[in-house]
Design a protein around this ligand. Structure first.
Ligand SMILES: [Zn+2]
Length: 261
């Protein structure tokens, strides 16, 4: 009975370890995805800034053409000023010159604002490109690290699989089937009894069951139906004082000082 209990406990530890490893392995691709997403975001930002720079460039080309047009118009009107014959004509032409000059000035201010935006975009683009380079290197590093861990976990898992087969082969098939059935439903198939409780579900065990467990029997928990055993090595000494309830317990006892030493 004792060997059976030990094998079942060992099998459960192996199964839990395998589950933990499998879960960790499944989580690994997410690390790569997260690094790749950060890189993609920086790449998008870089592309957005490049597009904004191109927009500012073509806007300035258009502004310069319009500014030239207004300045040429003003120049043409200035030539006409000399040939006007009436004061009304002079006022009208003066008005045209003022209007064309004001437009040219206004568009020049727009062009200046565009140049300022371009300067800010160029600074941001340089920073973003540096970031893209750094994040691309990080993606490579994460990939390498994930591959290494994947390999280490896979070989650990292979070791556990071999151990699992050996332990399963040593367990009676009826008990193994029971263990498997309970474990598939509850996550674990065997639980230790402690302080007259099942550690799997925390429910109390009947005194009769508790006594049988202490005699080394392998039973079932009435509440969760896990296989139930008692481990004398882990049982507290009967009526042992609880150390945490004693003030000063746990501190190293002081050696009495010898006067003069
Ligand atoms: Zn239980």
């Amino acid at each position: 009975m004792q060997a059976l209990i030990e094998n079942l406990v060992k099998l459960q530890a192996i199964e839990l370890n395998r589950a933990r490893l499998n879960q960790q392995m499944r989580a690994l691709p997410a690390e790569i995805a997260q690094a790749a997403a950060a890189l993609a975001a920086a790449q998008r930002q870089s592309a957005d800034l490049s597009a904004a720079l191109a927009r500012e460039d073509s806007m300035r080309t258009r502004l310069e053409r319009d500014i030239d047009g207004h300045r040429q118009k003003a120049a043409r009107f200035r030539v006409q000023v000399d040939s006007v014959t009436t004061p009304e004509q002079a006022v009208a032409i003066e008005h045209e010159i003022q209007f064309a000059t004001a437009e040219a000035d206004r568009l020049e201010a727009d062009e200046y604002a565009s140049l300022e935006r371009t300067e800010a975009h160029e600074t941001a683009l340089a920073e973003t490109r540096a970031q893209v380079e750094q994040l691309a290197a990080e993606v490579d590093a994460v990939r390498t690290s994930v591959a290494a861990r994947q390999q280490a976990m896979a070989s650990e898992l292979a070791g556990l699989d071999a151990e699992r087969e050996a332990v399963r082969a040593a367990i009676d098939s009826d008990w193994l089937a029971r263990f498997d059935r309970i474990a598939s439903g509850r996550g674990t198939g065997i639980a230790r009894a402690e302080n007259q409780q099942c550690t799997g579900c925390r429910m109390g065990v009947r005194p009769q069951v508790w006594n049988q467990l202490r005699e080394g029997e392998l039973l079932s928990c009435d509440s969760c139906s896990r296989l139930l055993y008692w481990d004398p090595a882990l049982a507290p000494a009967p009526k042992a004082p609880q150390p945490e309830l004693i003030p000063g317990a746990g501190r190293a006892p002081r050696k009495p000082r010898v006067a003069g030493a």
